[in-house]
Design a protein around this ligand. Structure first.
Ligand code: MN
Length: 386
């Protein structure tokens, strides 16, 4: 619900948090894990260009956010009261973001990636099946695959170009070598809250209470490896070499003003099956891709065919247990416009990623009458293959 924590007039005693251009005003207060040189990691909340040290402030002493996720407690209200312009200033609880190392915000035990960007699925499907781009299951099943959690890295970590089996000449056997069709995928994802017990599905009515908060996700993809390996079981080594996420988890509460109606299904599409109904609400977040400092794409999470709640419910519908900190990503977010394409595969003949390229994802919510809030950076630079 919208309340005084979303009041656009609210200000903080941290002056940089009152800058209208910051991603992290007092209306946001995303959570992350940071360390100063020589010190061990601890949890913090971003405000302007500073981090509120949650341990120093006496709010949370954990070294990851998993403990908060398990309790379903974002602390956003308490953090806001601590940082409010009307509270006593405690500059000794602040650490400049620029002077800190940012870590993965949680221990991520499992990572699942969906395929809910219908314009991405359609455009990519058309490359292979011009007359019938979407598979017959697409509008019934939220399609997904199990990603690899061990290779999730936080923004700023370099990404090594993978090698793998590639078959460019279809009249010859495949060769093993560096990918030449390395791509990014523009995605949003959520980290799970309390989770469900094995064997106990989550009903739609409870889905949102299992969503702790959101981050940006770059699901790096080697298209040449993917093309040869993906049938019949789906992506494997083409994706598992690295996934980059943004370090700050923007809580579900902070995103309340950016709720939007679920995707409007075109006439003739089947309604969602009863266990995925009603669909809940979507999110109106703008996502951008910057390649070597140039913005090359801008898309919206309004274009996701399935809501995040539906993804979660579908994931747990067979009794699979979700655990605090699990990462569940949307799939590539693309729009219908030519400049709203969430990966290079959709931008051909633009070249695939070169060694040294920097890919930066940004994301934000903006709505009349509310403070703009952002996700910070989700960045990676490509290193040459080993
Ligand atoms: Mn993906």
């Amino acid at each position: 619900m919208i309340d005084e924590t979303h009041d656009p007039a609210r200000r903080s005693w941290v002056e940089s948090g009152n800058d209208p251009a910051t991603d992290f005003p007092i209306q946001n207060l995303p959570l992350g894990v940071f360390s100063r040189p020589g010190e061990s990691p601890r949890a913090g909340a971003a405000i302007g260009d500073q981090i509120l040290d949650l341990r120093a402030a006496g709010l949370y002493g954990g070294v990851s956010l998993n403990g908060l996720m398990a309790m379903g407690a974002s602390l956003r209200r308490q953090i806001g009261e601590t940082l409010d312009a009307g509270a006593s200033p405690h500059p000794e609880w602040l650490v400049p973001i620029a002077g800190a190392a940012l870590h993965l915000p949680a221990h991520i035990g499992d990572y699942t990636d969906f395929y809910a960007g219908i314009h991405h699925a359609t455009r990519v499907g058309r490359l292979f099946r011009p007359d019938n781009p979407l598979m017959p299951n697409y509008k019934y099943v939220p399609i997904g695959y199990h990603g690899r959690a061990s290779s999730i890295v936080v923004s700023g970590a370099p990404v090594r170009r993978p090698s793998g089996q590639i078959r460019e000449d279809e009249s010859a056997p495949p060769v093993f070598g560096p990918s030449r069709r390395l791509d990014f995928e523009l995605e949003a994802g959520f980290l799970a809250g309390p989770g469900n017990r094995l064997g106990e599905p989550v009903p739609m009515a409870e889905a949102e209470s299992h969503i702790f908060g959101f981050c940006l996700v770059n699901d790096w993809s080697a298209r040449d490896i993917q093309k040869w390996e993906y049938q019949p079981l789906g992506p494997f080594l083409a994706k598992s070499f690295a996934t980059t996420i943004s370090p700050w988890v923007v809580t579900r509460e902070a995103l309340e003003p950016f709720r939007s109606p679920a995707f409007t299904r075109p006439e003739g599409d089947p309604p969602p099956l009863p266990y995925l109904s009603p669909p809940g609400e979507g999110l109106d977040l703008t996502l951008e891709v910057w390649l070597n400092g140039e913005r090359i794409s801008r898309a919206s999470t309004r274009d996701l065919y399935w809501t995040f709640a539906q993804m979660l419910v579908h994931h747990a519908s067979n009794g699979c247990n979700l655990r605090p900190g699990d990462l569940i990503a949307s799939g590539t977010v693309s729009g219908t416009a030519p400049d709203a394409r969430g990966c290079l595969l959709e931008m051909q003949p633009r070249p695939f990623l070169q060694d040294g390229d920097e890919v930066l994802l940004r994301g934000y919510g903006r709505r009349e009458g509310f403070a703009r809030i952002g996700f910070g950076e989700c960045k990676g630079v490509i290193l040459p293959a080993r």
